[in-house]
Design a protein around this ligand. Sequence first.
Ligand code: NAD
Length: 477
Amino acid sequence: MTTHGLFIDGTWGPSASGRTFAVENPATGETIAMVADGDGTDARRAIEVAGARQLDWSRSAPRERGEILRRTYEIIVDRTDELAALITAEMGKPLAEARGEVMYGAEFFRWFAEEAVRIGGDHTLSGDGRTRILVTKGPVGPCVLVTPWNFPLAMGARKIGPAVAAGCTMVFKPAEQTPLTSLALTRILTEAGLPAGVLNVVTTSGPGGVVGPWMRSGIARKISFTGSTDVGRLLLAQAAENVMRSSMELGGNAPFLVCEDAALDRAVEGAVTAKMRNMGEACTAANRFFVHQSVAGEFSAKLGERMSALKVADGTTRGAEVGPLIDRAGLEKVERLVDDAVRRGASVVVGGSRLSGHGYFYAPTVLADVPTDASLMSTEIFGPVAPIIPFDDEDEAVRLANDTDWGLVGYVFTTDLDRAFRLGEALDVGMVGVNTGLVSNPAAPFGGVKHSGLGREGGRAGIEEYLESKYLAMPRS
Ligand code: NAD
């Protein structure tokens, strides 16, 4: 079995302790690789390297950085099948979806290859005309990158792409469940010409023991985190100590609104996309379906029909549409949430239980007439469960949709243009899908409000997160 090392200062090697940990295939429960188990000693070495390399890297030519990113994009595209197989093996999503993630992730490198040479500045005169104000932009400095397991390639791409484009060095800790794709990506970046020490990767089974020393180091100037709101909060508190720039892509509790005038078949297709991408294990997953009472019955029936027809299988099986959940804890959480909703009065339209056999499979599920006090209304389900809650009028739908601490994304299905704008504006979220169940796009600013996070990834805003402004005051003589 392959054992993968840490990547520090351009060299692969074992962890200081020599310990390793296992990576498991969630469809079979089998160990597929061993990975170096980094700790504080490795973490300190990595951040020191990132700190030492920062000045040189910040002086590199934007075109050079852009070309490294462009080559990275091309190599990823060339190796789509290989990378998709790795994602499926360690994370479980069906191969077709894994290929989709590879292309989505690759596009961030292409986007930021183009951004690297477009870093601008500003030149104005003070109000009294006596001072020239020259604003330049430079890299914020060494960055701490921490990613979750649900999109092992894309989550790293959304951070490494802009950090390289801006000229930041990095220390990177991928999720313990899915480090293999990140290590493959690291090899690709090296092949594409990324200089030694710019990206340093420490895998670990004890995240606090690696990320903590980075946050306390005083060397890192920024943290970019994607993951749960609880861990995000902890890292924000740690960032406060050294007043670090912080980008937080945290959890969601997306409302999905179906109005009485919606094109129902389109809404059903949008619902399947918004719910079932990644088996429901996405921060953007529709978590609560608010459907006008006049169409709730028909919508539930149609969605139930579509969901029960989905092919649930090991991600490598031909035609698989729904893979296993990431681990036992994830499966048991979904079970608990569905049981709770049913106990409180929800009815099961389809699914409603785990599937027997190996792996952490849960049946695609539709629940109708879910009461608003059910736990899944205020918890990220992270599984293939669509709870439907009927509403009477638009005001009620907006009130229910916004009645949550999160605010990442919302979905609105209506054929009335005024209503689409009205609802889009009324939802307390960072992104709105109008008659679509998919908002993720490298050219768009991805991110949320409230407890869903701070900052944006992608679009023109994406690189700004890694840039600091400096202003030069020059009197006119
Ligand atoms: P998680 O918060 O448990 O883990 C995320 C990362 O944080 C992992 O790398 C983990 O090792 C690390 N981590 C855990 N404890 C830590 C600690 N004490 N100190 C430092 N790092 C620590 O989240 P997860 O279960 O991997 O991912 C699922 C969550 O991620 C969901 O809440 C989901 O909504 C969110 N997510 C958000 C986005 C977004 O863009 N908003 C995208 C994908 C996932």
